[in-house]
Structures are given as C-alpha cells and as structure tokens.
Design a protein. Structure first.
Length: 372
C-alpha cells in the first residue's frame, strides 16, 4: 500500500506520513506529505510544480504543489508538502464577466468559464447528459468579479447535478453512485469484520420541513416562448416537504437565475436532498486503500454497510475518502457515507434507520471481533 507524489516525471514515496482527501461534493482534492531529513536536505522540487498524487499506482489527484513548509533544529529537519487538484483554480479565481447565449449545454458553459480564467487544461466530462439551456428558458450571465466556481455551481443547481472532480478535471454527475460490489462491516461475533472504528451522526439543524423556491421567467427569453400572462412571468415558485422534519421550519430560496415553476420545484427537492445528505453521515476507518473486491476506494461508489453498533444495514453512497499513511499507524482509509439517494431528485426515506438513545441495544462490546 503506497502513496506517492510524482513531480517532473519522478515519483517520491519515502515520506513519514501522507494524507490525500477526495470527495464527491468537492471540486478539488487535497494532499499533505511530511518528510524528515537528518541531513537537512531539501526536496528536489519547488513550490508551484505540477504534480500527480498516486495511491497504489493510480492517479487520484492531478494538480500543483501550493505550499512548502520547512522546520528544523540541530537534530532533524521536517518538510511539509501540500497542494490541491488543478481544479482549485476554479475555486480561487473570479471571472471577467461572461455572457452565455442559449441554446448551450452546461459543459459548454463551464468550458467558457475555464477559458475566461485561462484554465483550458482542465477538461469537462458530462457523465449525465444534461439538458441544454434553451432560449425560451433563461438568459445566463456571470458578473465581473463573480467567483468562477460559484457561477458554475449556480448553473449546475439549475439542472440538479453535482460538479465533482476527477483527477484534475471536472465531472458533471447526478451522484447516483456506481455499484462497487464491495462491503464494510462490523458485526457481532464475526471473523470477517473490516471496520477498525466508526461513527454515525444525525443532524437536523440544517434541515427544514418546507422548502420554497421563488423565481421569475426571463422577460427577454419570453420573446421565444410566445404569449405568457404577466402574473406567470413574475410569480414562478416551487416547493417540497420533508415529512421527517417539523413543518414549523421553513426555508425560502430566491433562485440565482430566472426559472420556471417546474425548475423551482426541482430545485426545492434538490435543496432538501442536499441538506439531508449533509445531516446524515456514517463514517468509518478501514485498513488499506482498496475495497473488499480489490479496487481503490473512490467517491460515488455504492458500498454495502453492515454495522450492528449503528444499526445500519444498507447500501450507502461513498461521499468522501481520505487515504492516510503513517510510519507507525500504517495505511488506512477514512470513509464517509451518505444515503444512496442523497443527491437524486427523490425525497423518499432512505434505508438507514434513525437511532435514538433509547433504541440502541445493550450488548458486550468485547464480543466484537476486530481484524487482525
């Protein structure tokens, strides 16, 4: 099990510790390596160098070294190397004003943004086949100084899709998950447990009982749509209900761009699902970097989770992976899961059951067998 950094065609892996994090709901992955040199040698690369991060020989990040930290004493020198995917430029940059003329696809729109900031080396992959923006639907533009990623994310929200990273590139996905055939488990009296530690969190503080999205049709775009009553132009709205949250909690959202009532309704459902995803998280640590069927852990995988402590037996969506290596602790993967339908348009209840303090069974924890 190895984590290495490749710079200028040369791979380096003899670090005292390494951490690599990638996530489905983040546009850029990140890494941190630590090395110790008793001779005070400097690393053979510089800040700003292009690099690739390899986990078991597979590239998971394609980006740049962004920070080098050196600390030293008369006995040892410590060096920290950190950076992110090249898609981080989209997060950090602002646009010089962009006007988009429908019909145009989301992929084409993002490519225009990348061209505006000079990041043409970043590719855009449409894994969904998103419906084009139409003339009768909306007119889209980004203002001078607007954050580049926020503008792209606004467009993605109109189509209820996620923008994620794919080793330095941008992928448009619906987060529906790819069945990996793998499993993680922590079962009583089982000799095949592969979970070293785990936690489960249920958080309602960012969830609401009612979601209302308000917008209006674009008056200019309506020239292509024929006659439309004035009331319908200015009073477009859509809503959804989360029955598992008290109805006295209401969230009203003003759409960033002009939208129809149907688009507003879908946006309301999307918002409810995103908040549900972030409020119901199962995390665990397993040994190694590969799942039970021999493939590298990767966000957007569907993995069977069986944990009797958390009362979970469900196929869940792997939302984020943190690969870690330490000379003392070895190689582990920290996995964070959300409900399998968390990013889809359906608001049906997931298979994972809520766990109340009174419903947690009492049993002898020593009966849980840990992997050796």
């Amino acid at each position: 099990m190895t984590i290495s950094i490749s710079v200028n065609g040369l791979a380096f892996e003899n670090f005292t510790s390494a951490t690599v994090k990638i996530a489905l709901d983040e546009i850029s992955g990140s890494f941190l390596f630590t090395a110790v040199s008793t001779e005070g040698q400097r690393l053979p690369f510089e800040n700003g160098d292009a690099c690739k991060i390899l986990v078991n020989g597979q590239a998971v990040i394609d980006g740049f070294i962004e920070k080098l930290d050196y600390s030293y004493s008369d006995q040892a020198h410590s060096i920290n190397v950190s950076g992110r995917d090249k898609t981080a430029d989209l997060i950090d940059s602002t646009i010089n004003g962009i006007k988009l003329s429908p019909p145009i696809s989301l992929k084409q729109a993002i490519k225009k943004v990348l061209s505006d900031i000079g990041a043409t080396a970043i590719d855009v992959i449409d894994s969904v086949g998103v419906q084009n923006f139409s003339k009768a639907e909306e007119k889209l533009s980004g203002s001078v100084g607007q954050n580049a990623f926020e503008f792209c994310e606004q467009l993605a929200r109109k189509r209820q899709v996620l923008l994620t990273r794919s080793a330095g590139n941008i992928e448009i996905t619906n987060g529906s998950g790819i069945d990996s055939g793998a499993s993680v488990q922590n079962l009583i009296d089982s000799d095949t447990n592969n979970i070293l530690s785990a936690s489960v969190s249920y958080d309602l503080t960012q969830r609401f009982g009612k979601y209302i999205v308000k917008s209006q049709l674009n008056p200019v775009a309506l020239n292509y749509a024929g006659e439309t009553p004035a009331q319908e132009v200015t009073q477009q709205s859509g809503q959804t209900v989360d029955k598992n949250v008290r109805q006295s909690r209401q969230l009203v959202i003003k759409a960033e761009n002009s939208s129809s009532s149907e688009q507003a309704r879908k946006r309301a459902i999307w918002s409810a699902n995103i908040r549900k995803a972030r409020g119901r998280i199962y995390s665990c640590t397993v040994e190694g970097f590969e799942n039970s069927v021999g493939n590298l852990y990767s966000p957007n995988q569907l993995i069977q989770v069986a944990d009797e402590f958390a009362e979970i037996s469900a196929k869940m969506l792997l939302n984020s992976v943190e690969f870690t290596f330490d000379v003392e602790g070895g190689s582990n993967s920290n996995l964070s899961f959300v409900d399998s339908n968390a990013y889809t348009l359906e608001l049906s209840e997931p298979q994972v059951e809520k766990v109340g303090a009174a419903s947690i069974p009492v049993f002898d924890a020593s009966r849980i067998k840990r992997p050796t």
